[in-house]
Design a protein around this ligand. Sequence first.
Ligand code: GAL
Length: 370
Amino acid sequence: MRKTEVKNFFTNGGLWPDTNGIHINAHGGGILYHEDLYWWFGEHKTPGTAGNRAYIGVHVYSSPDLHEWKDEGVALKVDPETSDSLISAGAIIERPKVLYNKLTRQFVMYFHLEPTGCGYSSAMSGIAVSSNPAGPYRFIRAVRPNKGFWPQNVKPEQMNADSITKALENTAKIENCSNPHTPEMNILGRDLPIGQQARDMTLFLDDDGKAYHIYSSEHNSTLHIAELTPDFLDYSGRYWRAFEHRWMEAPVIFKNKGRYFMIASDCTGWAPNAPRLATADHISGPWRELGNPVRGTTEQQNTTFRSQGTFALQLDDANIIFMADRWNPTNAIDGRYIWLPVKFEHDVPYLEWQENPYLENVPFMSELAG
Ligand code: GAL
């Protein structure tokens, strides 16, 4: 790694200026490493509460060192507000993530999409492609994943027609967070003919080249882990349910010594909550919860350092950065970033507060300060 003259250290929760001196605008983001550069994609937010919706699109920045970020512009632009496009200005476009597909040499972006005027009721996945990392990305479609496919771990009672009918009758009662009635409702069966709901999400590329879209489904009550086709442009139809009725959002996935780990949040909207760590031997599960990964004050444990996870940047097997957002829902553009190295004790990951992640503990990063 080349040594860089470090001018401004990024301070967790502070402003993080790009090379033009403007606070980075890439919220709910993720990072792709491609040909010696890091590409950071995220939601471009605008001022005020309206800024939580997409009026610009998905912003992208590039960096050789994870420290200095160059503004590469808008990777995926929204269409004019007056258009009938599914991604017109005012839509909700959240948590964009990009993978590079070696077979097609295309960059594939997935994001959570709620077309304008639908609130959070559509629960779709948007898919866009580009032949360049910076874009422009072409929006190809929005889908409800896995229409007509039962998950690999479906239970016999979920395939029962009576329970599907009952779920249809009860649809009005279902809310998108902490609804105690979801165990009695067969939301999976209800959505089989139209495709499953997909809200908070991430993408994960495994060592064997297979890619997965992991999203909060069934009104956010249960997470789905869905395999993508080899070109990453669609769902293969193979998917698994995990964390049934646990309301897991903001999934962040990484791998260490061949084991899969997930840090996810609870379902409390923009308000931060306590994170949950889980592990599995296979991406498809079964997943086992391991409690709260935060070491620190009660406040830090209960709020994930006043943030919510968005992505794990896996530098190598042991160096992993947990990226999170400190949302500012009343002035969305002023959301801040929290990056913490994932630490391990006896092969179990944990998170600890660091004011400045560049100067401490991550060997790769502290080298930059040298
Ligand atoms: C959060 C979610 C965010 C956004 C927000 C809206 O739970 O993680 O991505 O959807 O709710 O209230």
